[in-house]
Design a protein around this ligand. Structure first.
Ligand SMILES: Nc1ncnc2c1ncn2[C@@H]1O[C@H](COP(=O)(O)OP(=O)(O)OP(=O)(O)O)[C@@H](O)[C@H]1O
Ligand SMILES: [Mg+2]
Length: 336
């Protein structure tokens, strides 16, 4: 059961994360438990493993939560596990003991100060993200096991870092390939977009994802995870909403960056449809949409701006080119 505040938080998250309502609803109570002072002692306030196909909102969920809790997506201590694939790289996280080579010049990545820096005046909880955990060397998972178990981490210089006031997110696309196969043998966007048996599909995906996680991680590691959440492939309807969010973000970005030299975009419906058709990929989720926006909208726009063809206040009409294979960007007269 969630009260009014929980419902509000879930609503704020669902404005940002489309098509993953179960995950958002599951995360909110842990945040509230922390806010109410009822989180258990001696361990992090919440430990979440986000699974599922690429480009479905796993990493974005963590940023969105930081926006909602702290007011900015930057309030996340992000550990990119791809940078810790080798055993010796893991030492960068905790620093070398005094006297060892590199003790002075290497600041550990996981210090108390770094945790405190991602808290805010609004909330004294730190969001920590171990992104793409499947890439990490085994010693990183061992280190993490200690954090999940005791809520503390001992650094190379023998000081300890407290993780009680943290929400820890692990993301991974473990099992993504099997999931893709499971989804539809005859694998195509239309098949997914028109999926009728969505609940059933999701249950199967979840099984595959969780099984892959259990193969990869030791039982004691799995046991310390509060929630394993499997993200769904995005439907056509979700992609449409995500396009709207991204176009709005682009408009905000232009307004912020250009200041009083700001201009406006006008994107007719058929141009939006073109972007969606090109940006929809079963394989890459909304990542493909981002790439499409770059290629067909942002790059040509930047070229126009560089040529001085977009005076302040202009409306740039971005319509489908007659050939139907690209957008035509035409600066119109000034906005009223
Ligand atoms: N469900 C979603 N709602 C809103 N935006 C989304 C969603 N999924 C993806 N996006 C958009 O696509 C971008 C990439 O998504 P994200 O980084 O969250 O993917 P991911 O699930 O972490 O994938 P990977 O497994 O490859 O890391 C996001 O920055 C966001 O703009
Ligand atoms: Mg990610």
């Amino acid at each position: 059961m969630t009260g009014a505040a929980g419902a509000r938080m879930a609503a704020q998250l669902s404005e940002r994360i489309i098509g993953q309502p179960d995950s958002l609803d599951a995360i909110v109570p842990y945040v509230q438990m922390y806010q109410a002072g009822l989180a258990p002692e001696g361990r992090p306030a919440g430990v979440f493993l986000l699974l599922g196909p690429t480009g479905t909102g796993k990493t974005r969920t963590v940023e969105a939560l930081a926006e909602v809790i702290h007011g900015s997506p930057k309030h996340v201590l992000r550990i990119d596990c791809g940078e810790y694939q080798m055993e010796h790289e893991v030492a960068k996280l905790i620093g070398a003991p005094p006297g060892y080579l590199g003790h002075r010049e290497t600041q550990p990545v996981l210090t108390q100060m770094k945790l405190n820096q991602v808290m805010s005046e609004r909330a004294n909880v730190a969001i920590v993200l171990f992104d793409e955990i499947e890439k990490a060397a085994p010693s990183l998972t061992r280190l993490l096991l200690g954090i999940l178990d005791k809520g503390t981490l001992r650094l190379g210089d023998n000081t300890t870092v407290q993780f009680e006031r943290t929400l820890i997110f692990l993301t991974s696309n473990l099992g993504a390939r099997e999931m893709a196969r499971e989804l539809r043998p005859d694998f195509g966007f239309e098949a997914i977009a028109g999926a009728g048996a969505e609940a059933e599909d999701h249950a199967r995906l979840e099984e595959v994802a969780v099984a892959a996680a259990k193969r990869k991680f030791a039982p004691e590691f799995i046991n310390r995870i509060d929630l394993m959440l499997t993200y769904r492939p995005l439907t056509a309807e979700s992609m449409e909403k995500i396009l709207e969010i991204q176009l709005q973000e682009l408009a905000n970005h232009i307004a912020r960056r250009m200041g009083d030299r700001c201009f406006y975009l006008q994107i007719p419906r058929r141009a939006r449809r073109f972007l969606l058709e090109n940006g929809t990929s079963v394989e890459y989720g909304a990542r493909e949409l981002k790439r499409t926006l770059h290629r067909h909208l942002m790059h040509p726009l930047a070229a126009l701006v560089a040529d001085g063809a977009v005076p302040p206040g202009t409306i740039v009409r971005c319509d489908l080119h007659s050939g139907g294979k690209r957008l035509d960007l035409v600066p119109l007269e000034e906005a009223a």
